[in-house]
Design a protein around this ligand. Sequence first.
Ligand code: UDX
Length: 460
Amino acid sequence: MKLSVIGAGYVGLTTAACLAQVGHDVFCSESDVEKLAKLQDGVMPLFEPHLEDVIKSVRKAGRLCFGSTEEAIAWGDAIFICVGTPPLPNGDADLSAIEGVARSIAKGAKGYRLVIEKSTVPVQTGGQLQKHLSVHSKNGLSYDVASNPEFLREGSSVEDFLHPDRIVIGVDSPRAEGVLRKIYEPIINQRFTCPIHLCCPKRKEPVFLATDTNSAELIKHASNSFLAMKISFINMVANLCEVVGADVTKVAQGMGLDPRVGPAFLNPGIGFGGFCFPKDVQAFIRIAEKSGCDFSLLKEVEKINQGRVELFIEKIRKELWVVRGKKIAVWGLAFKPNTDDVRFAPALEIGRMLLAEGAIIRAYDPEAMERAKMVLPEIICCADPYEAAEGADAVLLLTEWTEFRNVEWSRHATQVVRPLIRVGRNALPAQELASHGFEYIGIGGVSASRQMAESPLISI
Ligand code: UDX
């Protein structure tokens, strides 16, 4: 099928590349001219595992092109809108980019188009979009509008797109449902050449869930807000564990064994970041407020998350006594591993606050340093974790990249002034660190002494 994707951010680029990978002919547009030029020259504007290889291969096969919005609108029978919906100062999602695309479609389309919102939008946006297209359409063309929320995680977006748990569509006509089924057919049946696995791991075929547009839009916001709630919940449990002398990793393990709870998203830390959770929780609060529903539960989720960084800094202040002039190594700047994205990254917020208190920050991140340096030019970027830790009074692990688990602790121990490791995410071998003389402080009562004292796990 001939498909168009408007917007080449993490979502748009992954959508365009993967739809081409499963056999469609895709035109992807980008309004940022510098970014577009990069894409046309074969240069990746962002880091995302597997994406570069997929793009190279589908471009070589002639199934993916990059160009302007107008060209994209003229190309596809179905148009995926993947533009940004950043937060406004009052927490509402800014839908001006979506409105702009709708105007361009109404002006430029020459035949029937299925317009699919993939950007995360407040409930009832589909209805507005439909109205807007009709009002601005000059040539009496018919449009269908559908919602197709994306559930991709940065860092594993290609895998998530090709091997999803579910594909949700919100449609108000059988025609729109038919087109979307046809688009996703290779993924629903898991019949395509997988660029990640030689032989894909056995898993269930994705559920294809068709709802009305409003419900599909709500599924996205409700899912992200629920996951954010799980994280804030476990972060509060972690606080409690520290006070009463329990270990949060064991508590989370015990909770997660109940299939009604599930083990995912129970890792405590310095809070959730990235471009989705913080803005989606805010937007969902606003949607509820505007609809007259009291969703103050989510306000607590947000408040708990906002308190994580301050709590972490407070602990550092206590340990270092005086922060001014101290050399602090920061391991990890991205909002999570396997991405170069630093938007709303708790690590950057911690760096910013420590710099403001007079600390010297020597940082290392495998992918995010270039972007982090643009936001916080005062940080000293280092070539590896060892260089960052040279002469350090404390090492802070703030993003759990695998690379940090493989550090040679004996080599590292000789470089620091004080062997103090405080983790923002429980991701290092506490016992091994202690055996090399490190003072290791985890989140939620995780410490080397506790790990050593523990009896082996008993499973029933
Ligand atoms: C999220 C959703 O998972 C995805 O479905 C949606 O499409 C986009 O938003 P993403 O922002 O890429 O994806 O990251 P995710 O893996 O969900 O993590 C979000 C944040 O929560 C990160 O800062 C992460 O470190 C934090 N997190 C996650 C925790 O603090 N604890 C956890 O247990 C899990």
